[in-house]
Design a protein around this ligand. Structure first.
Ligand SMILES: O=C(O)CCC(=O)C(=O)O
Length: 284
């Protein structure tokens, strides 16, 4: 589900300024980025959407699905992620307005943590996502542990509801962040029990998909004899098909373009050979 009638409007207000962390270069925290009412409205909007129970914790992916196994945001054309809902686009636009992100997020992941659930130490996929990552915290406070794998430094950052965490530079590219899978966190006066926490993380994509274009007539004719365009243009068959010589005069400026499955994506075949942009493969 994306936008639907009856969603609560989000009352966004800039309440405080970003506070840079002295210990983790590139880490900034904005307390009260959302008012309590705005947090409640955002949670209601999130809970009106469909959750995936693919992981131990429930998640929602928008814009592009992230494949945790392959560590890839290349996207699965058979199960494309829904577009960013209005509430996510609104927050993404505000992040840019306030200078917290350079460009509007194209990918959003919502994570739900019940007490006892966490996320293992990681750096967000470097070949997939852009240089700034921002996350809103909702619900229960919890500690996020930052670790510098180079120097071994550690820092626990409390993530209060309504706060925004922005990771750039070393905080985004080098430091690992994690949430321990436990039911309480250490506080100043003893253990602090956790409740349900929900986070909304905003990312830009390093490899936005090319725009699909209609198949040129000369190819449509060819495809009638060879099965559907969608099938013939899959990565495994594209090379074989495009190796057939095409009359040079028939190639439009910029080379022929061929949509992938169901118009969800396209890859561009340059000139007369089988050269095409490589679908991002993630190595971290
Ligand atoms: O829950 C959070 O605040 C962070 C989520 C996160 O690290 C991720 O989705 O990669």
């Amino acid at each position: 589900m994306s936008e639907s009638a009856g969603q609560l409007p989000l009352d966004f207000h800039a309440v405080s300024q970003p506070q840079p962390s002295a210990a983790v270069q590139g880490l900034r925290c904005v307390a009260d980025w959302l008012t309590p009412d705005a947090c409640q409205a955002l949670l209601s909007n999130i809970d009106a959407e469909e959750w995936s129970a693919q992981l131990k914790r429930r998640v929602q992916h928008y814009g592009r699905r992230y494949d945790y196994g392959r560590r890839s945001a290349a996207g699965d054309q058979r199960a494309p992620a829904p577009p960013l809902p209005a509430w996510a686009r609104e927050a993404a636009a505000r992040l840019v307005r306030e200078g917290l992100m350079d460009q509007e997020a194209e990918q959003v992941i919502v994570n739900e943590y019940q007490p006892g659930q966490g996320i293992s130490a990681h750096v967000d996929c470097l070949p997939c996502f852009g240089p700034v990552i921002a996350a809103i915290s909702l619900g229960s406070t919890c500690l996020m542990d930052f670790t510098d794998p180079e120097g071994g430094a550690k820092l626990a950052v409390p993530l209060a509801p309504g706060s925004l965490l922005v990771m750039t530079g070393p905080a985004r590219h080098t430091w690992r962040h994690a949430i321990a899978a436990r039911k309480s966190d250490p506080g100043t006066t003893g253990r602090v029990p956790r409740g349900r926490r929900v986070s909304v993380t905003f990312r830009t994509l390093l490899h936005p998909r090319p725009v699909a274009r209609p198949i040129p007539a000369f190819l449509a004719h060819d495809e009638r004899h060879r099965g559907s365009a969608a099938r013939s243009c899959g990565p495994s068959t594209a090379r074989r098909r495009w190796r057939r010589p095409i009359p040079f005069s028939a190639i439009p400026p910029g080379g022929p373009r061929c949509p992938l499955r169901g118009g969800q994506a396209a890859h561009t075949v340059v000139g007369r050979s089988d050269k095409r942009p490589v679908v991002p493969s993630c190595l971290v």
